[in-house]
Design a protein around this ligand. Structure first.
Ligand code: AMP
Length: 212
């Protein structure tokens, strides 16, 4: 199964991708997580990405797609994957298509900007493994500690309210048009993302029953 997760920042793409990854036994490729790790490790691609990410802007297409190409060439992604955070622009969607990336479905998680802004204040992430938690909807079992690897959770630099508003503006201008791109190709599955994590996962799994 090859899937793309679409939706605004904070819609729950990463959380749902992690759930689907377990249910469908396919790995997730999260560009945001890869770039944050590259920044932490001081890799050249991290240095190229940092200033864009801190400002809530998109990292240039060639930088992101270079990383995606390298990852998709790895053995673990040969039989399927869930792309979380890419494509983010129409150009990225077109380039992926030209590279021969054929997906089974693009899942769009739909949710209003108001709910997103509220949710982002409650988001905590693991700087080590990338797991994401919500203090309200999906709190860690031990306060401020990652369930997966025991690391102390942090607030993402780009989850500050003014950066969230900037990222939402970028989403509407640059990423939303991708929904039509996949709709025209008969690949779009749209799911309401306002209910609980579990409810949204159930709806997604149901919708995916008809795929493939
Ligand atoms: P995310 O964790 O998916 O919300 O991504 C965090 C940030 O990483 C975004 O706000 C962008 O600055 C950058 N980023 C992640 N994926 C992409 C992409 N496909 N294209 C451009 N920038 C990206």
């Amino acid at each position: 199964m090859k899937l793309i997760m679409l939706g605004p920042p904070g819609a729950g793409k990463g959380t749902q991708a992690a759930k689907l990854s377990v249910s469908l036994s396919v790995p997730t490729l999260s560009t945001g997580h890869i770039l944050r790790t590259a920044i932490k490790e001081g890799l050249p691609v991290g240095l190229q990405a940092k200033e864009f990410m801190d400002a809530g802007k998109l990292v240039p297409d060639d930088v992101v797609l270079g990383v995606v190409k390298d990852f998709l060439a790895k053995d673990e992604f040969r039989d399927g994957y869930i792309l979380d955070g890419v494509p983010r622009t129409l150009a990225q969607a077109e380039i992926l298509e030209k590279l021969g990336v054929q997906i089974d479905a693009a899942v769009s998680i739909e949710i209003s900007d108001e709910i997103i802004e509220h949710r982002m204040q409650a988001r905590r992430v693991c700087p080590k493994c990338g797991a994401s938690f919500s203090l309200e909807a999906n709190p860690p079992k031990v306060e401020n500690i990652c369930d997966e690897c025991g690391e102390t959770l942090v607030i993402r630099d780009d989850d500050k309210p003014e950066t969230v508003r900037q990222r939402l503006a970028v989403y509407h201008a640059e990423t939303e048009p991708i929904i039509d791109f996949y709709k025209q190709r008969g690949k779009l599955i749209a799911v309401d993302g306002t209910s609980s994590v579990e409810e949204t996962t159930k709806k997604l799994m149901k919708a995916l029953e008809n795929v493939k």
